[in-house]
Design a protein around this ligand. Structure first.
Ligand code: HXC
Length: 257
């Protein structure tokens, strides 16, 4: 598949998607989002891929939705465009997505980052929701996912001032998993991806889904969901292989069955 605004490759069971509009800081236009989500869905179906890494470049993961595309659009045009429908499909991806981010992570860029399951950031990363400065507000989950991630007070401050926070502060607020020098963030993300790619694929996917229930379900229902996932995995061949390998004191060879 050839794309205009993203690059996609597969390296040892890791699918890597790179946002590729460097001249305008990877501003997310409609075509980029369509390409991105199509490729995420393709990788999700590809048995050779176990984990996905989503990245930009050192200067920008993404500086937000493409303002050129929004500046002249009427409310009715935006409504008919239904541009957020494509975003909803990201949460249906069953394989883990690791964000490797650096530089500007703003507006829709921050919302995209928050759709990742784990995030490795460079020390030069700045993260914010500046929509308020344009006279609007986030539309792809910014007020909801940010609040769940950093808590009400900090989310309120970031959303109402539009001022970004540093990578260090983002780490303190548990918005990212790890902060490393800019030379290292991409390699760190690949290292994490490799480690996860060696686990039993079905268990990885069921755990991902179960963890996300923590955001969406009351505790009793989420615990019930978790328990059913556990029962389901007990029927997998990888469960037999994993436990047998432990008893035989060897490394398991997971097949994804
Ligand atoms: C379109 C953008 C852009 C954007 C940057 N550019 N961000 N184009 N949409 N979101 C373009 C600039 O116009 C410029 O193009 C080039 O990228 C480099 O940007 P500069 O401003 O010259 O760079 P710098 O001075 O380093 O400032 C970087 C910046 C600033 C602080 C990130 O560009 C900025 O504030 N950008 C807008 C950030 C923002 O408001 N994001 C939220 C968008 S609304 P030229 O052609 O002049 O070189 C949003 C809503 C989400 O995301 C809704 C859900 C999808």
């Amino acid at each position: 598949m050839t794309y205009e605004y993203i690059k996609a490759e597969c390296v040892d069971s890791i699918g890597i998607i790179t946002l590729n509009r460097p001249k305008i800081l990877n501003a997310l236009n409609l075509q980029l989002m369509n390409e991105l989500v199509s490729e995420l869905e393709r990788m999700d179906q590809d048995p050779a891929i176990r984990v996905i890494v989503l990245t930009g470049n050192d200067k920008a993961f993404a500086a937000g939705a493409d303002i050129n595309e929004m500046a002249e659009a009427s409310a009715m045009e935006i409504l008919k465009r239904d541009q957020f429908a494509v975003w909803d499909r990201i949460s249906l991806i069953s394989k883990p997505i690791i964000g490797a981010v650096s530089g500007f992570v703003l507006g829709g860029g921050c919302e995209l980052m928050m759709n990742c399951d784990m995030i490795i950031a460079s020390e030069t990363t700045v993260i914010g929701q500046p929509e308020i400065k344009l006279g609007v507000m986030p539309g792809a989950g910014g007020t909801q996912r940010l609040t769940r991630a950093v808590g009400l007070n900090k989310a309120m401050e970031m959303l109402l001032t539009g001022e970004p926070i540093s990578a260090k502060e983002a780490l303190r607020y548990r918005l990212v998993n790890l902060v490393v020098p800019v030379e290292a963030y991409y390699q760190e993300a690949l290292k994490l991806a490799k480690q996860i790619s060696e686990q039993a694929p079905l268990a990885v996917q069921v755990i991902k889904k179960s963890v996300h229930k923590a955001d969406n379900l009351p505790l009793a229902d989420a615990l019930d969901y978790e328990r059913n996932g556990f029962y389901l995995l007990m029927a997998s061949e990888d469960r037999k292989e994993g436990m047998q390998a432990f008893l035989e004191k060897r490394k398991p060879r997971f097949s994804g069955k």
